[in-house]
Every structure is written in structure tokens, then in C-alpha cells.
Design a protein around this ligand. Structure first.
Ligand SMILES: CC(C)(COP(=O)(O)OP(=O)(O)OC[C@H]1O[C@@H](n2cnc3c(N)ncnc32)[C@H](O)[C@@H]1OP(=O)(O)O)[C@@H](O)C(=O)NCCC(=O)NCCS
Length: 160
């Protein structure tokens, strides 16, 4: 499994996986194009490849002291093998390199696997956005993890 930066050429594969993994609120092609237009600025998108095929992807926004995990997804048949952990570690490493002191993310309250992944990486719940996801009305849990200089390889909780 290899990680590399995502480019516009990766969009068709990512959009297909996006619609599969997030049927209720998939990002549009335009949303992704807007995100990737800021790769030299506040954004960082990373892709995981398995035997040359798309295994997963993840995106980060870093503005000043704060970074946000914007998205992360792994092809269903490859979940549970550490791809998500690799992607999240890459985002945290980038946030540390960019000098961010805190990383935030939103996760659906009913997404147990994602919540466990974030908890293993030291994220803790700091708030709830009631009925944030529509039309299901599921809450969003806001989670946060502090980053210190030197956390470029945040293996804490990642190794399994
Ligand atoms: C959430 C998501 C990104 C996690 O990715 P993943 O690749 O499955 O994550 P990992 O493999 O690193 O960890 C998942 C599980 O596999 C286990 N695992 C990891 N590597 C393993 C290995 N080599 N052998 C056995 N188990 C392993 C982890 O311990 C973890 O177990 P748990 O779910 O019981 O806590 C993925 O499930 C996904 O794409 N979900 C749908 C989209 C989504 O919900 N995204 C998050 C939005 S907030």
C-alpha cells in the first residue's frame, strides 16, 4: 500500500467511492475541484493505492493553529486492514508540519468504526451538533486532538 498526494486525475475514482461510502451527503465534483484548487494553500489531500488501484483517500484543511479532518474513506473490501489509520496518520503528520496545534473533526454519532479509529489516535469528544446529518437526523460528534511540534509521525495508537 502506497500513499501519495491526490490530484485532479484521481477525481473519477474518488467520486465513485465517495458516492458509495457517503450516499446521504456525498460531495459533488465541484466541491472536490474547489478543494483541490487550494492544495498549495490550506488543503492537503492524500490517496492510498493498493496494487495501483484506489484503496482510500483523506483530506485536511489547515488554517493558522487549527486543522480539520474534512474527509476520510476506505474501499469497503479493504476496510479493517489499517488503511484508514495510515491515511489519518498522514493527515496528522501534515498538520504538525504546518504548525497546527489542534486538529478537529466531525463524525456521525452512529459511525462506531470511525469513532474508534479517532479515539485510538487520541481524539476526544468536545461537542455535539444536534441532528447535523439530514435527512436521518443523526448527531455529529465534534472531536479534537492537540498536536505538539514533533508529532510529525503520530504513531500513537496507529500501530496494529
Ligand atoms: C472509518 C474508515 C475510514 C476506517 O478505515 P479502515 O481502513 O477500516 O480503518 P483501520 O483498518 O485502520 O481500522 C479499522 C479496524 O480495523 C482494525 N485493524 C486495522 N489494521 C488491522 C490489521 N492489520 N488486522 C486486523 N485488524 C486491523 C482496527 O483495529 C480497527 O478495528 P475496530 O474497527 O474494531 O476499532 C472506514 O471504515 C470507512 O471508509 N468508512 C466509511 C466512510 C466513513 O465512515 N468515513 C469516516 C467519516 S467521519
Amino acid at each position: 500500500m502506497k500513499l501519495r498526494q491526490m490530484t485532479l486525475d484521481d477525481l473519477p475514482g474518488v467520486l465513485e467511492l465517495e458516492r458509495l461510502l457517503f450516499p446521504e451527503d456525498a460531495w459533488s465534483e465541484k466541491a472536490y475541484r474547489d478543494e483541490l484548487a487550494d492544495l498549495d494553500g490550506t488543503r492537503h489531500y492524500v490517496l492510498a493505492e493498493d496494487g495501483g488501484g484506489l484503496a482510500g483517500w483523506a483530506g485536511l484543511a489547515a488554517v493558522g493553529d487549527q486543522a480539520d479532518v474534512l474527509t476520510i474513506g476506505v474501499r469497503p473490501e479493504l476496510q479493517g486492514r489499517g488503511v484508514g489509520a495510515r491515511l489519518l496518520a498522514a493527515l496528522l503528520g501534515e498538520a504538525a508540519v504546518r504548525g497546527c496545534g489542534e486538529v478537529f473533526l466531525d463524525v456521525r454519532a452512529d459511525n462506531d468504526r470511525a469513532r474508534r479509529l479517532y479515539e485510538r489516535f487520541g481524539f476526544t469528544p468536545v461537542g455535539v451538533r444536534k441532528r447535523y446529518y439530514q435527512p436521518s437526523g443523526v448527531d455529529a460528534i465534534v472531536m479534537m486532538r492537540a498536536l505538539r511540534p514533533g508529532d510529525e509521525t503520530p504513531a500513537r495508537g496507529a500501530g496494529r
